[in-house]
Design a protein around this ligand. Structure first.
Ligand SMILES: *Cc1c(COP(=O)(O)O)cnc(C)c1O
Length: 387
């Protein structure tokens, strides 16, 4: 099976992890700050906090922004469930903004309309979480303008987007958001096996998230409310978690960071190749925009169903039967049983519903060979060209 995504691990990565195993620290040593500095420098952001997953990063990001009971958080229905679960962890209410039919990202016109009606019913969101689907940045300047106008804060779910750019600057710079979150799951652009990061330009938000990732505990004397009882002393100041990243993971992350640009270049090269090879098939190909350099976590095509005789499911099953490990990103979150039980439906999300009936993620990862890519194209062509 040619998988839809896969990590790229070389000898340097292996050596970096083995080195940590032989060292004094398996956790809470020098590698985590090194990894954080590498990402912060790359993105041009003041603070980067490594955690054990992007899900954890989203959770502490919501908490740092004060999300709690009675608050409302909006995100995209076409995302991984973690994008909205983070709000529910905090006891907040969540809702979904329909997507743009060309990018699959949260639609700006749908967002505007929903904000206007929320203002009238006094139910504006406190935080909006745009998701850069497939690594293709949302129009952050426009979302940020709406944030100033309607008074909400922004967390970018950039789980797909490290190494990508928006208006010529790295995603993660937080120019148009309060916090940006990356994931380092093995299918993402770089990996630490499990892992994530929360980035921010704000000292205050960084301090809050840093406390929350480690039990709410501080050893910083200047932040204590009484003098230390002795050299052993620490204080728990908030109800935090153990969301720490290990040294093994961070060392892998540092090593992977040195190849981030080449990973994205490979993905770009392969995506351009797909674009050329698939152009004559009854498919809508991934979006392009002058403001966006996509990290291309995913290569999602949409079937032009009126031009083929097979159903979406048949095309998908035939690809899998031919050992092409296609996937579907994503089942709309409101369609999940847990969300349906909370009362969600697809009624006001027609573009997300259409996307779900047409989308297929083709294999794309930095080590994908052109030979294997040709096989994907050949199998897909033969399926779609059949009458
Ligand atoms: C992968 C992913 C997450 C969760 O990442 P983990 O590191 O696995 O917790 C969140 N949001 C999106 C959009 C993702 O793709």
């Amino acid at each position: 099976m040619i998988p839809y995504g896969r990590q790229s691990i070389n000898q340097d990565d292996i050596d970096a992890v083995v080195e940590v195993l032989k060292s004094d620290f398996l956790t809470q040593g020098p590698q985590v700050p090194r990894f954080e500095k590498a990402v912060a420098d790359y993105c041009g952001v003041a603070h980067a906090l490594a955690v054990n997953s992007a899900t954890s990063a989203l959770h502490i990001a919501c908490m740092a922004l004060g999300i709690g009971e009675g608050d409302i958080v909006w995100t995209s229905p076409i995302s991984f469930v973690a994008s909205s679960n983070c709000a529910l962890y905090c006891g907040a209410q969540v809702d979904f903004v329909d997507i743009d039919q060309f990018t699959g990202n949260m639609s700006i016109s749908a967002l505007k309309a929903k904000l206007e009606s929320a203002r009238q019913s006094n139910s504006l969101p406190k935080v909006v979480i745009p998701v850069h689907l497939s690594g293709f940045s949302c129009p952050m300047a426009e979302i940020s303008e709406l944030a100033s106008h309607y008074g909400f804060r922004i967390i970018e779910d950039a789980s797909h987007a490290i190494g990508g750019q928006y208006k010529g600057h790295p995603v993660g710079r937080c120019e148009y958001s309060d916090i940006t979150v990356f994931s380092f799951h093995p299918v993402k652009i770089i990996t630490t096996a499990e892992g994530g990061m929360a980035l921010t330009q704000s000292d205050e938000l960084a301090e809050k998230m840093s406390l929350l990732r480690s039990h709410g505990i501080t050893r910083d004397e200047s932040r204590m409310d009484e003098p230390p009882h002795g050299p052993w002393y620490y204080q728990q100041q908030a109800l935090g978690f153990n969301y720490r990243m290990t040294e093994l993971q961070a060392a892998l992350g540092v090593s992977q960071m040195s190849r981030l640009d080449s990973f994205v270049e490979s993905r770009q090269r392969l995506a351009n190749r797909y674009d050329e090879l698939l152009v004559n098939l009854p498919l809508t190909l991934p979006p392009r925009h002058q403001d966006v350099y996509s990290a291309l976590h995913l290569y999602v095509v949409r079937l032009k169903l009126c031009k083929i005789s097979l159903t979406h499911r048949q095309v998908f099953e035939e690809l899998r039967a031919a050992e092409i490990g296609v996937n579907l990103h994503y089942i709309p979150i409101p369609m999940q049983p847990y969300y349906r039980r909370l009362g969600f439906s697809m009624d006001s999300l027609p573009q997300a519903a259409a996307y779900y009936s047409e989308a297929i993620s083709l294999p794309l990862y930095s080590d994908l060979s052109e030979f294997k890519q040709d096989k994907v194209v050949q199998v897909l062509s033969s399926i779609l060209e059949r009458k």
